[in-house]
Ligand binder design. Structure first.
Ligand code: FAD
Length: 279
């Protein structure tokens, strides 16, 4: 069982618990992106197992009234085994999801995976006429060009700052420079995309900028934030009429994800200590 200390960031261990979390959030007009925790499988077996779980989950979401979709890490469904395995397993999930009417996001991992991830996204976004989305990272220098390519592809694009440490040869490493590129890319998306813009950030400045760009261009957008991070803001934005999606991980492999969340911000460490000390 997930201890209360970690349940702030993780929506349970089972699909049933994850769906119950989604139902609860839907009551506050927040929609949910479910992610089964797991990544970097170097054998086909575990990648196939997680692909099966996702197929069942997208079918279950389709059978319910829950406003939810899924987000998958490429290395969770075979990218470290081979591009062909990733392509095959993603294709199977996308087929079931398309049939069930459930949207599929593809997360972006480190720079070695960018081309394979974008290629697979483009293939399945075109095949399903836009029932697939992909994440792109503002810290990578290549991203303005990738966005030019994605502007003509159906489906959605989630812009994030980038969670992976990348070398200076391919990425901006200074936070202020990444923030600048994020603002530039947001502008580019609102200028070039007809729809399908997702702002994957907790940063109040970026969210306010998206609101201004929406007022200027009229392009629809959504805001995506992680479970356990600025949840008050998620409900506030939703009550103001902004489309808000919460990215909620679930599954048995919650421990390393929980430590990552706690390590990345001081107030989360304080929160964790308080929970441990019972204060
Ligand atoms: P930061 O630049 O970290 O912070 C800016 C401001 O946001 C802070 O000053 C503060 O005001 C506010 N803020 C940020 N965090 C907190 C907090 N914990 N509590 C309170 N306020 C806070 N990265 C990838 O590389 N690939 C992915 O596929 C991917 N998917 C993502 C999906 C979603 C829905 C989200 C939200 C993020 C995803 N990320 C992904 C992570 C992303 O790249 C960033 O590492 C992460 O979101 C931190 O950047 P930020 O824009 O939220 O804000």
């Amino acid at each position: 069982m997930i201890p209360p200390i970690a349940s702030r960031f993780v929506a349970g261990e089972t699909p049933a618990e994850a769906l119950a979390h989604a139902r609860e959030l839907n009551e506050g007009d927040v929609k949910v992106i479910l992610n089964l925790l797991g990544e970097h499988y170097d054998e086909r077996g575990p990648a196939e197992d997680d692909a099966e779980t996702y197929k069942q989950l997208v079918a279950d979401i389709g059978d319910t009234e829950v406003d939810a979709c899924i987000s998958i890490k490429p290395s969770q469904i075979g990218l470290d085994v081979g591009d062909d395995v990733f392509d095959e397993l993603l294709g199977e999930i996308v087929d079931v999801a398309d049939e069930a009417g459930t949207f599929v996001w593809v997360d972006m991992e480190d720079r070695h995976t960018t081309d394979a991830t974008l290629d697979a996204f483009e293939k399945y976004a075109r095949e399903t006429d836009g029932n697939v989305g992909v994440c792109i990272q503002a810290n990578l220098k290549r991203t303005p060009e990738d966005l030019e390519r994605l502007a003509d592809v159906p489906g959605k694009v989630r812009l994030v700052k980038g969670a992976y440490d990348e070398p200076q040869s391919v990425a901006y490493t200074e936070k202020s420079r990444v923030d600048r590129q994020y603002r530039d890319l947001l502008t580019q998306m609102f200028e070039q995309f007809d729809d399908g813009i997702a702002v994957g950030s907790h940063d109040p400045e970026m969210i306010a900028m998206a609101r201004d760009l929406h007022a200027e261009h009229g392009t629809p957008y959504e805001v995506q934030m992680l479970m356990g991070v600025r949840e008050d803001a998620q409900f506030d934005l939703a009550s103001e009429g902004v489309e808000v999606w919460q990215y909620a991980p679930y599954g048995g492999k919650w421990l390393s994800y929980f430590y990552r969340r706690v390590r990345e911000r001081k107030e989360n460490v304080t929160f964790a200590l308080r929970a441990v000390l019972g204060r």
